[in-house]
Structures are given as structure tokens and as C-alpha cells.
Ligand binder design. Sequence first.
Ligand code: OSB
Ligand code: MG
Length: 369
Amino acid sequence: MRIERIELRKIRLPYVSPFETSGWREEGSFAVIVRLDADGIVAWGESPVGGAPFYNEETTNTVWSIQQEFLARMLLDANLNGPEDVTPAFAKVRGNRMAKAGLEFAVWDLFGKARGESLAKMLGGTRDRVAVGVSVGIQKDIDTLLKVVNAYLEDGYQRIKLKIKPGWDIEPTRAVRNAWPDLKLQVDANSIYHLSDADHLAKLDEFGLLLVEQPLEHDDIFDHAKLKPHLKTPLCLDESIVSPDHARWAIEMNACDIINIKPSRIGGYADAKRIHDLAERAGIAVWHGGMLETGIGRAGNVALASLPNFTLPGDISANARYFHRDIVTNPFTLNDDSTLSVPTAPGCGADVDEVYLDEVTLERWEMSA
Ligand code: OSB
Ligand code: MG
């Protein structure tokens, strides 16, 4: 299949409430949305990148520039027999994985629509519902945190992740654990600690957490391997696992118990599935992370999370947890068992609200074959 036209949009979609981590605070989505046209089919993708390079190296503007200057032409020139051909077509471009992922995702949507197959089916998904939870940002005090967590539990979410940082780690986690002794609970440090904090991090062991996510540097595997024997809490890597090779290194070095998979961080669905498969063979659990995606990226996340080795609840909440109004007309709603239903329509299954998308578009660019 030949792609005839690529359209990119910078959007600004405000969150229901600001999201704060150990390293940044964002008030809304700064994603780049991709539209492809081919053979009368319209397909969509999303690079759910941050406005600033505080999660990884990429930003809205680096995605925007790398896609326009390099990736768009490579994609238009590629002769695609399937979505798996996109990753090799981009191989010369180093890094810039979120830029690649938005385009690769749109090609999965395109082939799914052309073949009449859902993304979940194409990827090898085996369930029709995926277990999900909520990632709760840093709050101004513990009282507020307990109210925020309580509201999500009342919405029906059965797993909570707390963002932590020095000065906001042991006590907030203790307060939530004391309030809900049986809650599935985990924490995420977004790379704010150092190996010298090992004893401090071990204080989390008493709370019976599902996991602690990415305590050390964003590009580290080696020190995580040294940290792991100090912790009883299962150690999970997010930022550090940017490719199947990184996943293999982490597993061979015994640097983690669990891997967080985000297709955008990894450069697309093909390599995300490779990580899922190699972790499964190694007996390492994976779970699906999130980048506060719009309804487009979210549909893809739900499809990927339907693969069998996603054995822990994902950071894939219903659209309403993020946006008052999303850019799709078919948002996910939470089922009463804290799951989202996997789309069955051809492609990713997101029905894009083009009227509202136009309203939230800041800039638009296109290239034709
Ligand atoms: O580290 O998992 C993370 C959001 C943006 C960037 C990084 C992370 C997150 C989240 C939110 O934790 C997960 C979600 O999409 O709900
Ligand atoms: Mg994380």
C-alpha cells in the first residue's frame, strides 16, 4: 500500500486537572496527531509527547520537526506490505521514538481498516476486557491525596498508582495504605532517586506494593540491577526500556521484575509487541503504561493491553479521567470490574471528532506523495 497524504497537527487539549510528577507538571495534552490518507481510507495516529523534555528527550517541537524533515518522506517512499514494515523504514533515524510511534500507529490503523481487522486482532490480543487503574499525580497535601484517591475508587477503579518524589513518598504511601489496606497500590518515581537512596526506597517495602516504577535515572539499567537486591517491592522499569534490546539487557542483567510497556516510548506497536513476547519467554510480567493519551492513542493502548502477558492493571483510565471533552466520539467508559472493553471495529477503533479536533488544533502541516 502507498500512502498518499500525511497530515500532522499540534493540539492543545486541557486536562480535567493538572498532572504533576517528580519532574514536571502539565495542564493539558501537547500531542501531535497524525492523519494518513490512502486508497480512500482515513487513518489516525498520536505521538503523546510532552511539551517539555522532562519525561524523555522528546518534545512536541522535536516530534513536529523530525516527522516533517525526515519521517514523513520516508513513509511516503516506503512500499508497505504491512504495518511491520514501518519500523525498518525508519531505522536510519536514531532515537526520536515518539515521533516514529505516531506515524507507525497510524499505519496499523490504516491496515486494520483496509483488512477489516481490529488492532487487537492484528497484534494477537486474547482478551475482550483489560484491567485498568489510575495514575494519581502529586497533590498539595495528604488530605487532598486521600480525597482524590477516594473519588477514583468511587468511580470504580481498583488499582491506584501514586507519583512519588523525595519529601512526597513514604508518608503519602503510608496514608493511602492505612486508609485502604487491601487496595492494589503501586508507586512511580520518574527517575528522581539515586542508588545512594536504596535504604530510603526500602522503606516502601512495608506497604505491600505491586511495584515501584523507575526510581533511578531515565537511561539507567546498571544501577537498577544494583538496587534490586535491596528491595522486597518488585522493581519495574519504564523510561529505561526504549527498545527490545534494552528490555533484553534489563532482563539479562536482572535489573527489574516487571516492565512497563508504552508503545510511544518504544517507537511503535511492532517493537512493543516484541518486548511483550520476549518478556513472556523470560517469565517477566509486563503491564501497559500511559502517556495521558487522547482518545486516539488510548484506543491503541487498550488493544495492545489485550495481549496475554499484560498481567497487571494498566495506566489506561477512561477518557473522562483526563479530558472533559476528548477528540473522539466513542470514549471508553469504565466497566464495573475496573476494566475497559477492547475495541472490535477495524483499525484502532477510535472515531475521531473532526469538528472538535479542528477546534483544538494549533498548527497543521501536510505532505503528499
Ligand atoms: O511515568 O508513567 C509515567 C504520564 C506522563 C508521562 C509519564 C507517565 C505518566 C503517567 C500517567 O503516569 C499514566 C496515564 O496515562 O494515566
Ligand atoms: Mg512511569
